[in-house]
Design a protein around this ligand. Structure first.
Ligand code: 7TS
Length: 408
């Protein structure tokens, strides 16, 4: 283990992990779907509701001012997390899905027209496919898909060929949720920018595992979900460069997103409020701020090294089991071990593992096109977080042995 990192100590911070499931100690390997919450995040939400609950940006009274301060402090923490230039480049959303839909319906509707092209990859989550299909249908634009190789890596020469004066946006995942591949996003961005094309990165599976610097990457939009980063559900972030967000129309109208309203003319508010109509998820934002503090108190370098070691350990262990095939074998991977077993449906794998107290996700992982690429209906997926240990992987291996036993 890397010096200074103690996964057992981290584990103790997560109350949900301290339980038996189906009579066995819980082995939680479904972090790609959502991660567990440390006590510090739970306490912060309880503190907020117990002592401070009020609406933000509206009251002169003390609770409202305190709530506003905490809500905005959390935004500043998220800016720091991504190293964005300004707090107002951080828009609170309900998750990655909403963040992408805002970009599609605002930036997309404004800038993408008939015959224009949007580039995605073959390994996108449905939430980075369907909003673009909806836009394409509305505008007569075309969705182009960068193919991948058998290891689950992007075919960069195909991508380069696809970029053209018709390309208006590249929207690509940073880390694949079904395969774990870390995409060469620096190169993706450099090639797009060389043609003046903006790039959005779907960081849902990246932010929980690696430090992200949006200014160093020079991406135009970056989106992620708070609930996969040890924060509450119903939270997410849309980062955009200020000059892009400033020029974009709001997608939802209501309170908070305006400066003044008359029946003749409404003046929209400044960033970030222009995109935050209505009462926001204040407790969620405050809880997400606590999650950022938690992640930073441990340090990405420290837990990323631990996770990398676990991923290698897990891959080696699974490869040694006869009949198991790992889907997604790029040498650059984060957090995900997707696999299939000869003649055994992934749902059966999931059910037998569950009886052993082991939580994995089985299915297409909302990434059906990548399943089609590998000509499989589904996989079983173990997805890691900082609190997982080699003992969890050993339990998974024992669980798979049990699956084999049941089916033999
Ligand atoms: N993009 C990626 C790469 C994802 O992995 C997910 C969720 C989303 C977008 C959507 O995030 P949401 O928070 O708005 O739902 N992925 C998964 C998963 O792999 N298993 O369950 C949810």
């Amino acid at each position: 283990m890397p010096s200074g990192f103690d996964a057992e100590k981290i584990r103790a911070d997560f109350p949900v992990l301290q339980q038996l499931v189906n009579g066995k100690p819980l082995v939680y390997l479904d972090n790609g779907a959502t991660s567990q919450k440390p006590q510090a995040v739970i306490d912060e939400i309880v503190r907020y509701y117990t002592t401070e609950n009020a609406n933000v940006h509206r009251g002169v009274h003390t609770l409202s001012q305190n709530a506003t301060e905490d809500y905005e402090n959390a935004r500043a923490k998220l800016r720091g997390l991504l190293n964005a230039a300004d707090d107002h480049e951080i828009i609170y959303t309900s998750g990655t899905t909403q963040s992408i839909n805002i970009v599609a319906q605002s930036y997309g509707r404004q800038n993408i027209g008939e015959g224009d092209e949007i580039i995605v990859s073959n390994m996108e989550h449905h939430s980075n496919i369907v909003p673009w299909q909806m836009l394409c249908e509305e505008k007569g634009a075309v969705l182009r898909v960068v193919p991948i190789d058998d290891a689950g890596e992007l075919l960069m020469d195909e991508y380069e060929r696809m970029l053209s004066p018709r390309t208006k946006l590249v929207s690509i995942t940073h880390v694949s949720n079904a395969l774990g591949t870390i995409l060469p996003v620096e190169q993706v961005i450099e090639l797009a920018h060389a043609q003046g094309v903006p790039v959005m990165l779907d960081g849902a599976q990246a932010v929980p595992h690696m430090a992200v610097d949006v200014r160093k990457l020079d991406c135009d939009f970056y989106v992620f979900s708070g609930h996969k980063l040890f924060g509450p559900t119903g939270t997410g972030v849309l980062y955009g460069k200020a000059e892009l967000l400033d020029a974009m129309p709001p997608v939802q109208g209501g309170g908070e997103m305006i400066k003044s309203v008359t029946f003749e003319k409404t003046i929209y508010n400044d960033l970030p409020y222009k995109f935050e109509a209505g009462t926001p998820n204040i407790a969620g934002a405050v809880g997400l701020g606590a999650a950022v503090d938690y992640v930073q108190s441990i340090g990405y370098e420290t837990f990323a090294a631990h996770e990398e070691e676990l991923l290698e350990y897990g891959a080696r262990a699974l490869e040694q089991i006869g009949g198991v095939r790992i889907i997604g074998t790029s040498p650059r991977k984060a957090g995900i071990l997707s696999f299939v077993m000869e003649d055994i449906h992934p749902h059966d794998i999931g059910t037998i593992l569950d009886a052993e107290g082991i939580a994995v996700r089985t299915g297409h992982h909302c990434a059906q096109p990548v399943m089609q690429r590998f000509q499989i209906p589904a996989t079983a997926r173990a997805s890691l977080a900082m609190y997982n240990t080699k003992e969890d992987i050993d339990a998974l291996v024992r669980g798979i042995d049990r699956v084999i036993e049941v089916f033999s």
